[in-house]
Design a protein around this ligand. Structure first.
Ligand code: GUN
Length: 300
């Protein structure tokens, strides 16, 4: 491997440190403690793990954490009533409704019921519109984390060719908007893109978010390019023993890391940045709601 490793664990810890420092200052100078409410409907085990982890880290940076666990059969009316109450609650600066929701609940309706100023996921249609028109928005956490790592590695991104592989609303599309905002020349590629290896070979920056294990090959990568791997795929790992598995990204790390200039590993790359950016967004939402100066280096 010749590429520089972009360590998401170290970077995320530094983001959380910055958030904690700013939160301590807010408490001391203004008597305000940022608060994050997380709503979990049902008992999906993976979602429960995420929510517990979010709650723990929220408290660790000095913020208030409010967890609302609702039964899987919760009605849309009841869920919307909770969101209304959280929208009106002055102690709650950020609201996150854990996805996916049970099938009987309309995800778009629920997300768009959140006050856009408290939408720390950046999924509300108003925030999507604000981001795409270059206005101040709440920005989805995973692409925000990717942007922070890219800015840290490159300094300016201006004029660079960026290829985003994947067109999801949560990662691909907002990532492309953020890179455009930093004056990259942006291509959004996806599963139907013709000659994908050729498209990727033009990129100074590759962001892979397709959800296919080890999909992007080393010989697709322009020598020296920066590769950000958003994928988290679990694959069988018989070498670890019968029935064992391991996590890999959307990029074939072994081949790509011999060609790239810099690369994020999986695990330990983009993953840890997502919750760090959720905390950063909660702090940002709190500062905006009170008219305080926004934290530097923690926003798009
Ligand atoms: N489920 C998995 N990741 C996320 C996320 O980033 N936000 C929400 N709301 N739900 C998720």
């Amino acid at each position: 491997m010749s590429a520089t490793l972009i360590d998401g664990k170290v970077f995320a810890a530094s983001v959380r440190d910055k958030v904690a420092t700013h939160v301590a200052r807010l408490k001391e100078a203004m008597g305000v403690t940022p608060g994050l409410a997380v709503v979990l409907v049902g008992d999906d085990p993976a979602s429960e793990v995420y929510v517990r982890s979010k709650g723990k880290m929220t408290v660790e940076v000095g913020m208030n954490s409010y967890e609302h666990k609702l039964p899987a059969e919760t009605s849309e009316v009841d869920l919307l009533a909770l969101i209304e109450a959280l929208n009106a609650d002055k102690d709650v600066h950020g609201i996150l409704v854990q996805l996916p929701l049970p099938d009987h609940l309309n995800e778009a309706l629920v997300i768009n019921a959140i006050d856009p100023a408290k939408d720390v996921d950046g999924f509300h249609i108003s925030n999507v519109g604000l981001l795409s028109t270059g206005q101040k928005a709440m920005v989805p956490c995973t692409p925000l984390g990717c942007l922070m790592m890219l800015r840290d590695h490159h300094g300016s991104l201006s004029g660079l060719n960026a290829v985003v592989i994947g067109r999801s609303n949560i990662v691909g599309k907002p990532m492309a908007q953020l890179l455009l905002g930093d004056s990259c020349t942006v291509t959004i590629a996806h599963s139907r893109t013709k000659d994908l290896p050729e498209v990727v070979r033009r990129a100074d920056i590759v962001v892979a978010a397709v959800g296919r294990a080890n999909f992007v090959q080393g010989d697709w990568i322009k020598p020296g390019a920066t590769v950000i791997d958003v994928g988290i795929n679990r694959i069988p790992a018989p070498e670890k023993g019968a029935g064992k598995s391991r996590l890999v990204g959307d990029v074939d790390f072994t081949s790509a890391s011999t060609v790239a200039g810099a690369i994020t590993p999986v695990p330990g790359g983009v993953g840890p940045m997502t919750i760090a950016c959720l905390l950063a967004n909660t702090l940002t939402a709190c500062c905006r709601s009170h008219g305080f100066a926004e934290p530097e280096g923690l926003t798009a």
